[in-house]
Design a protein around this ligand. Structure first.
Ligand SMILES: Cc1cc2nc3c(=O)[nH]c(=O)nc-3n(C[C@H](O)[C@H](O)[C@H](O)COP(=O)(O)OP(=O)(O)OC[C@H]3O[C@@H](n4cnc5c(N)ncnc54)[C@H](O)[C@@H]3O)c2cc1C
Length: 300
């Protein structure tokens, strides 16, 4: 890792060492991350990825950290943040947006411009790049409905533009070539009226605020099973309000585990596994995780 740090320093690529995972994920658990790199351009990103790969330093891209949990023992590798990839440009109904733009900010900017279709993104606390990978969706809308093109950096370091129709999207999932880092995307929205777009967004936010907990969380713990929301099964376990350490199964929405302040990732999973076992025993259903667990690399 030291040689990687030296190479980044020589190229003046921004990075921070020993970053607390608490600042990197919405749930706020986990130990320190050895290095967080924040490239400002494709050139810097390509260089950073090459150095990391040459030195066999484990690395991952992190967006808003709203669908991932980091290990309690820390992450002995590098996380890449594309927060600086924040281009946002509208030409008529065609919109280009960088991976680092926050989804709620994007929705607000579209509303301001009088473009409709992106309202559902207003309460999803990630960034656009993470949104593509998880095919973020709510209130019947999905990011893939809007996408016309995705630009990514391939594992070989090539900038590739693919029509969205060439990619496979599913419920909260997307299949991109292995090792692809999403840089930006193009979308097609529709002309609308700012006032009614904003009214729809307010309505969506109110629904969210009244049905979801306000404490720190990583969103839904489990995915739907067929068309049935995981909460329907979890309700039957009677575990609502169950606490393990600082992790609490929300009484407001039982498919959310919230952080009461000092929860560890281990506590989160201990609680989630208890829920899973009870659901399996009572309903004969095996719940799949929505939240992604980032594991600690074994070497760096
Ligand atoms: C309170 C709350 C409410 C939520 N509500 C919803 C909801 O209504 N609908 C919904 O769909 N989700 C919801 N989520 C989950 C989460 O916000 C989404 O999954 C979101 O799209 C994740 O984006 P992110 O930027 O935080 O990604 P991260 O969690 O940072 O990363 C997710 C995955 O994408 C990868 N990744 C991130 N950026 C890139 C990139 N540029 N290139 C390649 N890989 C990348 C990461 O390595 C990781 O594998 C909610 C979460 C919270 C905390």
């Amino acid at each position: 890792m030291e040689k990687t740090i030296t190479a980044l320093r020589e190229r003046e690529i921004p990075f921070a060492e020993g970053v607390s995972a608490e600042r990197l994920t919405t749930f706020g658990s986990g130990g320190r991350v050895r290095c967080v790199i924040s490239p400002r351009s494709v050139k810097e990103l390509r260089f950073a990825l090459k150095v990391l790969s040459d030195r066999r330093v484990p690395s991952r891209v992190i967006g808003g950290g709203s669908n991932v949990l980091l290990p309690d023992q820390g992450y002995n590798g590098a996380l890449l943040s594309l927060a600086c990839f924040d281009l946002l440009q509208a030409r008529g109904c065609e919109v280009s947006v960088g991976s680092g733009v926050k989804m709620p900010l994007f929705a607000a900017r579209m509303a301001q411009t009088g473009l409709c279709g992106a309202e559902f993104l207003c309460g999803i606390p990630g960034v656009m790049g993470g949104g593509v990978i998880t095919n973020a969706g709510a209130f019947g809308g999905m990011l893939s409905d809007l996408l016309t093109e995705v630009t990514f950096l391939s594992a070989e370091g090539e900038v590739v533009r693919l029509p969205a129709s060439c990619l496979t999207f599913g419920y909260h999932s997307a299949v991109l070539p292995r090792g692809a880092t999403v840089l930006s995307m193009k979308m097609r929205l529709a002309q609308g009226d700012s006032v009614s777009i904003k009214a729809r967004m307010r309505e969506m936010m109110n629904k969210r605020l009244s049905s979801q907990p306000h404490e720190r969380s990583a969103g839904s713990v489990f995915r739907k099973t067929g068309n049935t929301s995981a909460a329907i099964y979890i309700e039957q376990t009677g575990l609502k309000g169950k606490r393990i350490g600082g992790a609490l199964l929300s009484a407001k929405h039982c498919n959310f585990i919230v952080n009461e302040g000092s929860a560890t990732t281990q506590e989160y999973y201990a609680l989630a596994e208890l829920v899973r076992e009870r659901v399996a025993a009572l309903c004969g259903v095996r719940l799949d995780y929505e939240v992604e667990r980032i594991c600690s690399p074994t070497k760096s």
